[in-house]
Design a protein around this ligand. Structure first.
Ligand code: MG
Length: 378
C-alpha cells in the first residue's frame, strides 16, 4: 500500500485534534470514520477526507468535467458554467455553509467535488438515452456511474482498482442514487452538499439563461423569488446597468439562500443538541432552507424547467445529441471491436451492454462528437 512521505513536522496538530476543537458534536468526525475498503496507513498531515478530495481532483474523470455541459453547450458561447465550474461553485458554497455550521469541511469538499463526476456527455439528456439503451441491463444513473468510476474504472494502484475512497464519501454518493428512498438517512454533510447544489444551480442557471438571452430578468420576475431579489438589489443600488443588475441578482440569490439556510439549520441544530453524527443523521431534521424559501425555489425551478431547460434552442441541441448517442450505442454494440482494448476485456466481465454504457458515459461532449463523426456518421 501507498506509504506517504513522513517528514517530522514540529507543532503539527493532528486532524483529529483540529476537529475536536473546531467541529460540532453532530459533525462527522474523522475519528469515527469507517475507513476504506482496502486499509491504508495514515498520512502525517492530511486527514482521510482531504486525501479523498485530492484523489478526486487528480482523477481523470474529474478533469473531464471541464468538457461536459451543465445546461448550455459549447456552441452557445463561453460565458456559462461547465460541469466543472458548477462543481467548483457547489464546493465553495457548501464549504461556506459547512464551516458556519461547524460540520466537517474536508468531507463536504470531497463530497461536493465528487457529486457530479458520473455525468455522461450532454448532462441529463445523455443520461436519459443511456438509461433507455440499458433498460434491460439495470438502466443508467449518473450517480451510480460516479461509484463505478471511483470503484472500478479509475486505475491508480497496482493492488486494487478504483480510488479506494473512504466509506463516508462512497456511502454519501450511494445515497444520491435514490433520493426518494424512504429509509434515506444521510450524514448532515451529505445533505448539505445536496442543498448547496440547489443553491448553486438556481443562481447560476438564472445568470447563464439571462446572459445567453433565453429569458430576461423581467420574465423571471414572474416568480416571487426573483421579484424579491430584484427589489432588494434595486433598493441598495439605484444606477445599475443590465449587466451589473444581472450580476447583483445572482450574488443576492446566493447570499440570501445561504443566509436563510444557515439561520434555519443553525437554530434547529442549536436546540436539538445532537450528541454525535449518528443521532443527527437518524433524526427527522433535514438540511435545507425554511419552508417559505423551499416553496419559492420550487416556483423558480418550475419556471426554469419550462422556459429555460425546455427552450427551443436547448431542445434542439438535446435532440441532436440524443440521436447521436443512440447511434453510437448501437454502433458499438454491433462492432465491439471499435471499443478500446481494455473496454473489450471489460465486456467479457460485465457484458457488452454495460461496457458500452460505461465507455460512452466517460466521454466529454467534444470527444463524443469526434468519435461519433469518425465512427458512426454516414
Ligand atoms: Mg450538481
Amino acid at each position: 500500500m501507498d506509504t506517504p512521505n513522513t517528514p517530522e513536522i514540529a507543532g503539527l496538530l493532528t486532524v483529529v485534534q483540529r476537529e475536536s476543537v473546531l467541529l460540532a458534536p453532530y459533525a462527522m468526525h474523522t475519528r469515527d470514520s469507517r475507513g476504506r475498503k482496502f486499509p491504508e496507513s495514515e498520512h502525517p498531515y492530511r486527514g482521510i477526507y482531504q486525501r479523498d478530495r485530492d484523489r478526486i481532483i487528480h482523477s481523470s474523470a474529474y478533469r473531464r468535467l471541464s468538457g461536459k455541459m451543465q445546461v448550455f453547450t459549447g456552441e452557445m458561447g463561453d460565458y456559462h458554467r461547465t460541469r466543472l465550474t458548477h462543481t467548483q461553485e457547489v464546493a465553495s458554497i457548501a464549504r461556506t455553509i459547512g464551516r458556519a455550521l461547524r460540520l466537517n469541511e474536508d468531507l463536504i469538499e470531497a463530497l461536493a467535488l465528487f457529486h457530479d463526476i458520473g455525468h455522461p456527455p450532454f448532462g441529463h439528456a445523455g443520461e436519459d438515452v443511456l438509461n433507455e439503451c440499458l433498460v434491460d441491463h439495470g438502466g443508467f444513473s449518473h450517480n451510480r456511474y460516479g461509484l463505478t468510476l471511483a470503484e472500478e474504472l479509475e486505475i491508480r494502484y497496482t493492488q486494487h482498482r478504483g480510488l479506494n475512497l473512504s466509506h463516508e464519501v462512497l456511502d454519501g454518493q450511494a445515497d444520491r442514487v435514490d433520493k426518494q428512498a424512504e429509509d434515506r438517512k444521510p450524514l448532515l454533510e451529505v445533505q448539505l452538499v445536496d442543498a448547496a447544489d440547489s443553491v448553486t444551480y438556481d443562481a447560476h442557471d438564472v445568470d447563464d439563461a439571462v446572459k445567453l438571452g433565453l429569458v430576461t430578468l423581467e420574465d423571471l420576475s414572474e416568480t416571487q423569488l426573483i421579484r424579491d431579489v430584484i427589489s432588494r438589489v434595486k433598493r441598495r443600488w439605484t444606477d445599475l446597468n443590465d449587466d451589473l443588475l444581472r450580476k447583483a441578482v445572482v450574488k443576492d440569490m446566493i447570499d440570501m439562500q445561504v443566509g436563510n439556510l444557515l439561520q434555519h439549520c443553525g437554530n434547529y441544530l442549536m436546540d436539538a443538541e445532537f450528541d454525535n453524527s449518528e443521532a443527527a443523521r437518524k433524526s427527522d431534521f433535514r438540511v435545507g432552507p425554511d419552508p417559505e424559501l423551499t416553496e419559492a425555489k420550487s416556483e423558480l425551478e418550475r419556471f426554469l424547467y419550462a422556459r429555460v431547460y425546455r427552450h427551443p434552442q436547448i431542445v434542439e441541441v438535446r435532440n441532436v445529441a440524443q440521436s447521436q448517442l443512440r447511434e453510437a450505442f448501437h454502433g458499438f454494440m454491433e462492432k465491439p471491436l471499435l471499443l478500446p482494448r481494455h473496454y473489450q476485456r471489460r465486456a467479457e466481465e460485465i457484458g457488452l451492454h454495460r461496457t458500452v454504457g460505461d465507455y460512452l458515459a466517460g466521454m466529454t461532449d467534444r470527444f463524443f462528437r469526434q468519435q461519433h463523426e469518425r465512427l458512426f456518421s454516414e
